[in-house]
Design a protein around this ligand. Sequence first.
Ligand code: COA
Ligand code: AMP
Length: 630
Amino acid sequence: MAYKDVYAAWKSDPEAFWMKAAEAIDWDRKPTKALFDENAPLYEWFSDGLVNTCYNAVDRHVKNGRGDQPAIIHDSPVTGTQATITFAQLQDKVAGLAGALAAKGVAKGDRVVIYMPMVPEALVAMLAVTRIGAIHSVVFGGFAANELAVRIDDAEPKAVIAGSCGIEPGRVVAYKPLLDKAIDLARHKPEFCVIFQRDQQSAELIEGRDFDWNDIQKGTQPADCVPVEGNHPVYILHTSGTTGHPKGVVRHTGGHLVALIWTMKNIYNVDPGDVFWAASDVGWVVGHSYICYGPLIHGNTTVVFEGKPVGTPDAGTFWRMIEEHRIKVLFTAPTAFRAIKREDPKGEQIRKYDTSSLNALFLAGERADPDTIQWAMDVLKVPVIDHWWQTETGWSIAANPMGIEPLPVKIGSPSVAMPGHDVQILDEAGQPLPAGSLGAIAIRLPLPPGTLPTLWKAEARYKKSYLEHFPGYYETGDAGYIDEDGYLYIMARTDDVINVAGHRLSTGAMEEVLAGHPDVAECAVIGVADQLKGQLPVGFVCLNSGVDRDHAEICAEVVKLVREKIGPVAAFKLAVVVDRLPKTRSGKILRATMVKIADGQDFKPPATIDDPAILDEIGAALKALGYPHG
Ligand code: COA
Ligand code: AMP
């Protein structure tokens, strides 16, 4: 069937489309219907089914004869180690840890926070939690103690599972002191912690609260899979919004399973047994959907990579990975390819390796710039597929469905809407715009299975953030247009979210940290264009009157503060002191105008600007930081 027929089949009968897709999942009790719309505009999928995620990701493959197939390949150039875990071994590991958690009282519906580096045990922990019907909340290792504390307070976990350390090139990041500090800072105290001790650095355990990963499993029985309702949350994943308080995206079990398994063949075009590598981190949605759940549910071998595209040890690492592990599909963020291209512009490294197993490269997480796509196509000689999605949706809103029908690639576009998504471009009044017009990108409700049904303990915020601006639609927060052929173009965010190396960050959160510095009266953080990371945050601070300290010292202090409070992942390294910030007469800071100045774009000061002269001061401050480039 052609893509347009598949999309039309979904549109004419979504219920039949998703019930058919649900047949690929092993249910303990089949759902009687797909969509549950009794509480519209809140929607749920497969709510009256009974099912277990871990069973579908692990146990059923063992039962069906895949026990000896590698489930996880771990490749860690930063520790110089490799390991392979078969589905049968994974089942033992997961059931063992799940049994230990259950013995300590973790039960269906309890939350467990996971704070782990890129080791297979991160997946074991996620699967063990879902095995017993508990709900995980994974926190990315590059976040600092404060961010971990915020997530602990939001999820209120019974337990935390953490690694003793992570490895970044040139340094060992001790996770345990960060965890201890987070628990100190948090209002909610978990009952216990499970610590996976790594050879590179072990952690000191707090008697009575902390348990060693292996010790806690001694004398306990492996746990069986606990069937849960289709609308039982499988996980919570926090993501950045406009404010400093992250949004806890909820994922329901049934829709998650059905949507992900559908994508593995239809979008990525892999078959069970193929090796699938998402070079991301389990702390992000890409890691949830395509390092852990998608490939495993579909019976693929997944790859857990602990390294960087460059410097571990060189720009040939990705090609070595493809050759050694016979990788069929690679999925990463464009920033990784920009890093490789910068180091090896002629693609000399790739000639040293046999990358013939690779069928396609998929890019997501940030805008894929045409130069990078072209370069990747030239060196890899396979289709390079941009696709667009969000933490909230959990899978592609728009993609090129390689398993249905490879569509012509239009460089600069993540291609077309996937079944389930009726994507519209809206004007400010919420009216659909014709092809070619730029506007807010929205998806007509209901969103498909696998997407967020609400925010954790924050239904009102869910409605306010996503549903109220354009009644009847989900507001994506992205702006763009659709061309005459139905191809989407994602141009910018409509809020204060920025994207740094594929990591979604809130400038509002950074502003809250800067405002906390005792000498800072007022501040603004903007995202400026960066050749490597896509965007980089730059902070502007106005000082309290009477402060006559060295500006460079204050800037160094605010940089340190963001690293301490949010974490190194914020990549906040540029700050400057200014006398005043440009504002409208009603006091709104003109961040968008500041971004244009930094990026060297033409701009017209808004008519409502209070004092246009301030823009010259901002221009001078940016010039001192080296912006605009070139
Ligand atoms: N634990 C602790 N620290 C971490 C971390 C983790 N899991 N992940 C990243 N960091 C740190 C890095 O060490 C770096 O610290 P530094 O300021 O001391 O150098 C900082 O956070 C920023 O990290 P990152 O943005 O990843 O940049 P980098 O300089 O380490 O690497 C690239 C540069 C371009 C190679 C890199 O950005 C890249 O490929 N990132 C992967 C993109 C990605 O997977 N995105 C996920 C969405 S799909
Ligand atoms: P995250 O929730 O971290 O996955 O970030 C989602 C946001 O990243 C989207 O709302 C977009 O702003 C951006 N994004 C993700 N994928 C793409 C893409 N393929 N092209 C352009 N922007 C993207």
